[in-house]
Structure formats: C-alpha cells, structure tokens
Ligand binder design. Structure first.
Ligand SMILES: [Fe+2]
Ligand SMILES: [Fe+2]
Length: 166
C-alpha cells in the first residue's frame, strides 16, 4: 500500500540535497528521455543507428510502462478513485503501445513499415504523455500520496528491471 505524506519535516539539509526524485519528477524525466530518443531516430540516417535507437526506445518504454502499471497507477487509483476512467484509458494505451513495440522489436530497418511503426509509436507516446502530464499528474499532486516515497519505489523497481533487461 502506498504511503501517505508525512507531516514530519526533515531538518537536515544534507538529506534534502541527496533526495531522490519524487514520483512525478522521475516519470517526467523518463518521458523527456524517450522523447529525445524519438527525435534522434527521426534524424538518424543509417540503418544500424536506427536499429540501435529503436531497440533503446522499446526497452525504455517497456520499463517505464512496467513501473507505472506495477506501482504508480495502482497508487493513483487508490488516491483518486474518481479517476477510474482516466486510469483505465491509460492502461489500454499502454497495451496498444506494447503491441506496436513487439512488432518493432520483431522487425528491423529492412522490414515492411518498420520506420512508420516507430514514427507512429512516437506520436502515440506523445499523446499518452500529454495526458499523463497535463491531466493525471496535476491531480495526483493534489492528493496526500507520498510522492517522495513512491519515487524511491519507482526508482528501485526501475533499477531492477534495467539490470535484467540489459
Ligand atoms: Fe503511461
Ligand atoms: Fe508515463
């Protein structure tokens, strides 16, 4: 069960300086990183580079989707029970993105529609990210959810998944 915000304030400045990212900052950083990869893909000219970037995009997105589905979305559902539709739609979008990711991973620069699939995935993710950042995250910020503790949970699961997928 996700923790609620603590009422206690830390007085140690050193601790504040070492603070890990809160959940929303972490997810936003992931979004920015994957957007940068999509931008690089669009500019890439040789097939080997496109293949490498696409693989990286797919891996980053799978890890990101997992930490949202395993940790962030359930916590959001608990603290924002009225936003069931928004969360349901986000999960359906993840499922569709994963189908496209599987097709991209199974193909390569020489296979039919491969580049178009990466471009469409990029547009799809842009739409999904916009909804998270403009609709979901501001609502989550207003709840009593402890975003610092949740951020630490997301980071440790992300580290675990990154280690197994690399
Ligand atoms: Fe998402
Ligand atoms: Fe996200």
């Amino acid at each position: 069960m996700p923790a609620r915000k603590s009422t206690k304030k830390s007085s140690s400045k050193a601790r504040v300086a070492r603070r890990p990212k809160d959940a929303i900052a972490l997810l936003r950083a992931d979004h920015a990183a994957v957007q940068a990869l999509f931008d690089q893909f669009e500019k890439a000219r040789d097939d080997a580079r496109k293949q490498k970037l696409a693989q990286q995009i797919c891996m980053e997105l799978k890890i990101h989707a997992s930490i949202e589905e395993e940790i962030f979305y359930p916590a959001t559902r608990e603290f924002l029970p009225k936003e069931k539709d928004l969360l349901d739609e986000a999960e359906v979008e993840h499922a569709s993105a994963k189908e496209l990711i599987a097709q991209i991973e199974a193909g390569g620069p020489g296979t039919a529609l491969w580049e178009a699939k990466v471009t469409v995935l990029g547009e799809y993710i842009k739409h999904h990210v916009k909804e998270e950042q403009n609709e979901m995250f501001p609502k989550v910020r207003k709840t009593k959810l402890d975003l610092q503790a949740l951020g630490a949970q997301l980071q440790s699961r992300k580290d675990e998944l990154t280690a197994t997928m690399h």
